[in-house]
Design a binder for this molecule. Structure first.
Ligand code: 5GP
Length: 200
């Protein structure tokens, strides 16, 4: 039976607990991978001083976010630590149609929704070397108030437990360069498997 060629870009999901270094890994992946689009999520969370609207996130009101849910504008969305986060669908479709690899930095709930739409998406979960190091990194970035940091740390256990169940790739971020190398390999393997499929 003839196979239909799929020239659309593939999707790679990067998840992991707060403070594990996901954003740094994603920024490195954008430098290392060809033809890649890093999705900018929308959130109702308050913007921190270092963050830039439209670059780190699109920061919107809850009313605006809920209107977009009603209009079906999100590929996925979830409530995380009391705020809403979602992936705008239009940009993802544009990038996939242009054959770009789409990189999504989203939580486990969102990842499962995306996997339901794109069954061949690569799901990568970033683990800290230890709980102690994760706590130190969260303290060190100084972005969150003490209670928020504590809440994020508690959430890490549940998220890691869920990840063992749903993610096919677990990468430990002990050494940044090594973790990035592992992610590059996983994504390149997915892309070449797709290329072979199209050629076969
Ligand atoms: P933060 O507030 O630390 O930037 O993000 C909190 C959590 O929300 C992280 O686990 C992050 O991966 C997740 N997140 C960020 N954007 C999205 C999104 O668009 N959808 C979902 N489901 N989660 C997201």
């Amino acid at each position: 039976m003839a196979r239909t060629k799929d020239t659309h870009g593939k999707v790679a999901i990067i998840s992991g607990p707060s403070g594990v270094g996901k954003s740094t890994i994603c920024r490195e992946l954008v430098k290392r991978l060809e033809n890649v689009y890093l999705s900018v999520s929308m959130t109702t969370r308050e913007k921190s001083e270092e963050e830039v609207d439209g670059k780190d996130y699109w920061f919107v009101s809850e009313e605006d976010f809920r209107r977009r849910i009603d209009e079906g504008l999100f590929l996925e969305y979830a409530e995380v630590f009391g705020s809403l986060y979602g992936t705008p669908a239009d940009k993802i479709e544009e990038a996939r149609e242009a054959g770009k690899l789409v990189l999504l930095e989203i939580d486990v709930q969102g990842a499962r929704q995306v996997k339901a739409v794109f069954a061949d998406a690569a799901m990568i979960f970033i683990l800290p070397p230890s709980a102690k190091i994760l706590a130190e990194r969260l303290d060190g970035r100084g972005r969150d108030a003490a209670e928020v940091a504590a809440e994020r740390l508690m959430g890490a256990d549940a998220e890691i437990a869920a990840a063992w169940r749903y993610y096919e790739h677990m990468v430990i971020n002990d050494n940044l360069a090594q973790a990035v190398d592992e992610c590059v390999k996983i994504i390149e393997n997915m892309r070449s498997a797709n290329r072979q499929n199209n050629e076969g």
